[in-house]
Design a protein around this ligand. Structure first.
Ligand SMILES: *Cc1c(COP(=O)(O)O)cnc(C)c1O
Length: 372
């Protein structure tokens, strides 16, 4: 490593969203302004245009814009037939919204463990946790890496499969993109995601026209026409300002994903042979690198050493689902891998606007921290 030495006063935050806003400022101003000129603010032409564009980008038949990724997951589950009292299998290594979406329907989340190598839902654990009440399974494409939905489908015939693709815009499994792998998928456009709005937003994506039709009804009180509700729904609408912003940003998403991939490749190269476990990208997978997550036994100490060198890291996630006080009731034996990951994972800065010299500084500081 030549230019990788960290300046004494180095400060590399985990994420600096302002860089993207600065680069797109004029286009974003124009997009917001055009909505103001038009004067339609909810479910108007921009939402329809974005839905078509994002469905096409995913290679899917339909996209239904909603208010958040959590709502997208809840509405997708409801649209594929999950009802109050059903069990839904979700990985223990995920963030709270996955479980919150299930519980918002009155359904019961059942935790399954993850694969040690890919950190995503293990099909063996799905078999072990299935009961006669299980209606659906939610593979979470964590960190931008697709869960092996094909293996999960084979292991769990008859279950509905709803992808949590909140971190996986553009990720691929065996040539198909996230959003097309199950019966339906949920995307989030929270500002820090690979495609982020300027606030909360999300989408249900599916190839099934009936599922899309139901999601479309459910996001607006189940109304087939005004003041005639045919399903028991909610208010979860995507607004025109967010859709206009997302249309601007979608044009950059391929380039941003390529940049994420280049940074990940650089990290892999610079960190080869160090005493940590780097993430994998086996044949047949295309990682979207929402997060670059390494594993190291003395994680908390390594993070402290990095912080003292001005490098900010985060932990996704510091607790398995059943480690949250609100969800201890979901604990059961057989979630050891998720528990171990929560103790060992650490996320390095990775976003499209991160500069090469910063990537090198992070890798250099990490190498030092590991051998201190
Ligand atoms: C962000 C996220 C969600 C929730 O999305 P919101 O838009 O914040 O509601 C759900 N699942 C995963 C894995 C996420 O990363």
């Amino acid at each position: 490593m030549t230019s990788g030495r960290v300046a004494a006063n180095a400060h590399i935050p985990f994420l600096e969203l302002g860089r993207q806003v600065d680069a797109l400022r004029e286009e974003l101003d124009g997009a917001v302004s055009s909505v103001l000129d038009e004067g339609r603010f909810v479910l108007g032409p921009r939402v329809a245009e974005f839905e078509q564009a994002f469905a096409d980008w995913c290679g899917a038949g339909y996209c239904v814009g909603v208010a958040s990724g959590t709502d997208a997951l809840a509405l997708a589950l409801q649209a594929v037939g999950v009802r109050s009292g059903d069990e839904v299998i979700v990985p223990a290594n995920t963030c709270v919204p996955t479980v919150a979406a299930v519980e918002s329907l009155g359904a019961t989340a059942v935790l399954a463990d993850v694969d040690q190598r890919t950190f995503t839902l293990s099909h063996e654990s799905v078999i072990a946790t299935r009961t006669e009440r299980t209606r659906a399974v939610v593979p979470v494409h964590l960190y931008g890496f697709c869960a092996d939905v094909d293996a999960i489908r084979d292991a769990a015939p008859g279950l509905r499969v709803v992808e949590d693709a909140a971190q996986a815009h553009g990720a691929e499994l065996r040539g198909r993109r996230a959003g097309t792998l199950g019966d339906a998928a949920a995307f989030s456009f929270y500002p820090t995601k690979n495609l982020g709005a300027l606030g909360d937003a999300g989408a249900v994506v599916t190839n099934n026209s009936d599922v899309a039709g139901r999601a479309r009804l459910l996001r607006a009180y189940g109304e087939r026409e005004r003041y005639t509700s045919v399903l028991s729904g909610r208010n979860s609408r995507l607004d025109e300002v967010q859709a206009a912003v997302l249309l601007v940003k979608l044009r950059y998403l391929d380039a941003w994903t390529e940049r994420r991939r280049a940074i990940a490749a650089r990290y892999e190269n610079l960190l080869a042979g160090r005493r940590l476990t780097c993430p994998v990208e086996p044949d047949g997978w295309r990682h979207a690198w929402h997060l670059y997550v390494v594993r190291v036994g003395d994680r908390d100490e390594v993070r402290r050493r990095l912080a003292s060198r001005g490098i900010e890291t985060l932990v996704h996630y510091p607790r398995p689902m059943h480690g949250h006080p609100a969800y201890t009731a979901l604990a059961h034996p057989g979630l050891e891998k998720s528990e171990q990951l929560a103790r060992e994972v650490m996320s390095l800065p990775l976003y499209p606007e991160l500069r090469d010299d910063e990537v090198e500084s992070v890798a250099f500081a990490l190498s030092e921290a590991l051998s201190e």
